[in-house]
Design a protein around this ligand. Structure first.
Ligand code: NAD
Ligand code: 89Y
Length: 344
C-alpha cells in the first residue's frame, strides 16, 4: 500500500514538530503546505523540501491531490478550515483547542460526519509515554480499583516567547494547557459528569488566567483533581511534565518529576524510569511533547487505513472541550457545573 498523502495548513511555532513527525512517520508524507504568512511558508517549505506551497487554503483544496489535511493554525481559524476540508471530502486532523465555542465544535464534528470524512483532534498529551505507562500500570490491576486521582501541571516556564498569542487572549491556561490535563483525566479516570473550578491570574502582563484548579466527578464514582499553573517557580523547572497521583483499593501510583513512576502494591514499591526517548529532531525539554506528536500521527495513519475512529476523534473531543467550557463557567459563577449543561 502506498503512502497516504497529507497537506499541512499553518506553518507556525508548533507545526515544525508536526512536520518532523510526518517526515519520520511510516505510511504517510506531506505533499503540500499552506500558510497565509509567506515567510513562515518559505521557512517550513525550505526546511522540509516541500515544493507545493500555498498562501490560501481555498487554493490548496482546489488543487487537491492529498488524502488528509493537518490543521496547525490557532483556534479562530479551526472551524472554517475543518468545514472547508469536509466540503472537499478530505479527512482532517485539527489542533487543540478544537474551537472557541461548543457551538463551533459541534458544527465541525457534524460537518465531517455528514461528509463521511474522518476527523481527529491533535490531543497528543494522552499519547505521552509516561501517561501510557500510568494507564498500563492501572490496567495491570496492581493498585486495584481506582477511587481518586490527580493530574498536575505546574510550571514557571516562559511559554509566551514562543507563543506570544497566549498572553493576549481572555482565556489562557485552561483552554491552552489545562485542556490536555483534562483530556488525560478522562483517558485515565473515564468521562466526567461535573466540574468545580477556581481560576486566578498571577502574572500581571497577560490577559487570561494562568492558574486553574478543577475538581472532577467521573462516571463510576472516581474523584479527580486537575491543577495547572504557569505561575509556579520551582527549584527545578518541570516543564512540560504532567505529574500524576492515583490511589486504588490495593495500592497507589505516583508519576513524579523527572519521569519517575512508583507503583506501590502488596507492601512493595516498583520504581521505573518512564522518560520518553528524545527523537533525532527533539529539543529538550520539549522531547516529551514531541514524542507524543509522532505517536498520535502514527495512530492517525493506522486508524485512517483501517477505517477506524481515532481515539481522540472530534466526537470524543467534545467531551474534553465540554470540560474546558464547564470549568470556565464554574469559575465565573462559583458553582459546580454538570457536563450535560454545556454539552446540551
Ligand atoms: P502560530 O501562531 O505560531 O502558528 C499558526 C500559523 O497558522 C501562523 O503561521 C499563521 O500565519 C497560520 N495561519 C493562521 N490562520 C491561517 C489560515 N486561515 N490559513 C493559513 N494559515 C493560517 O501558532 P502555534 O503556536 O504554532 O499554535 C498552533 C496551534 O497548535 C494552536 O491551536 C495551539 O494551541 C496548538 N499547539 C498545540 C500543542 C500541542 O502539544 N498539541 C503545542 C503548542 C501549540
Ligand atoms: O500550547 C501549549 C500546548 O498545547 O502544550 C504546551 C504549550 O505549548 C504551552 O502551554
Amino acid at each position: 500500500m502506498g503512502d497516504l498523502k497529507g497537506a499541512l495548513i499553518g506553518c507556525g511555532f508548533f507545526a515544525v514538530n508536526q512536520m518532523h513527525g510526518w517526515r519520520d512517520a511510516e505510511g504517510a508524507r506531506i505533499v503540500a503546505i499552506c500558510d497565509c504568512d509567506p515567510e513562515r511558508l518559505k521557512a517550513v517549505g525550505d526546511a522540509f523540501g516541500i515544493q507545493r506551497r500555498y498562501t490560501s487554503a481555498e487554493d490548496l483544496f482546489a488543487d487537491g491531490g492529498f488524502d488528509f489535511v493537518d490543521i496547525a493554525t490557532t483556534v479562530r481559524s479551526h472551524r472554517g478550515l475543518v468545514e472547508m476540508a469536509a466540503r472537499h471530502g478530505v479527512a482532517t486532523i485539527c489542533q487543540k483547542p478544537i474551537a472557541p465555542t461548543m457551538e463551533d465544535a459541534k458544527a465541525m464534528v457534524s460537518a465531517c460526519a455528514k461528509s463521511g470524512v474522518a476527523f481527529m483532534v491533535h490531543e497528543n498529551f494522552r499519547w505521552q509515554s509516561p501517561i501510557r505507562a500510568v494507564k498500563a500500570a492501572i490496567d495491570s490491576g496492581a493498585i486495584g480499583e481506582v477511587f481518586w486521582g490527580r493530574v498536575s501541571f505546574r510550571s514557571g516556564y516562559d511559554v509566551f516567547s514562543g507563543q506570544p498569542y497566549l498572553a493576549t487572549g481572555k482565556r489562557f491556561i485552561i483552554e491552552d494547557l489545562g485542556i490536555h490535563a483534562l483530556d488525560v483525566a478522562r483517558y485515565i479516570f473515564g468521562d466526567a459528569t461535573a466540574v468545580t473550578a477556581r481560576t486566578r491570574r498571577v502574572n500581571p502582563a497577560i490577559a487570561g488566567e494562568d492558574v486553574a484548579t478543577m475538581l472532577l466527578d467521573h462516571d463510576g464514582g472516581i474523584t479527580s483533581l486537575v491543577d495547572c499553573s504557569y505561575a509556579t517557580k520551582l527549584p527545578v523547572e518541570p516543564f512540560p511534565e504532567t505529574l500524576m497521583e492515583v490511589d486504588g483499593s490495593k495500592g497507589t501510583l505516583r508519576l513524579t518529576q523527572g519521569y519517575h513512576l512508583a507503583v506501590h502494591s502488596k507492601g512493595a514499591t516498583k520504581l521505573t524510569n518512564v522518560e520518553p526517548p528524545a527523537l533525532s529532531w527533539a529539543s529538550p525539554p520539549w522531547h516529551n511533547i514531541q514524542e507524543s506528536v509522532a505517536l498520535i500521527q502514527q495512530h492517525w495513519i493506522e486508524a485512517l487505513r483501517a477505517g477506524r475512529e481515532p481515539d481522540t476523534s472530534g466526537r470524543d473531543n467534545l467531551e474534553t472541550f465540554a470540560l474546558v467550557e464547564a470549568s470556565y463557567l464554574s469559575a465565573a459563577e462559583g458553582r459546580t457545573v454538570s457536563l450535560a449543561e454545556v454539552l446540551g
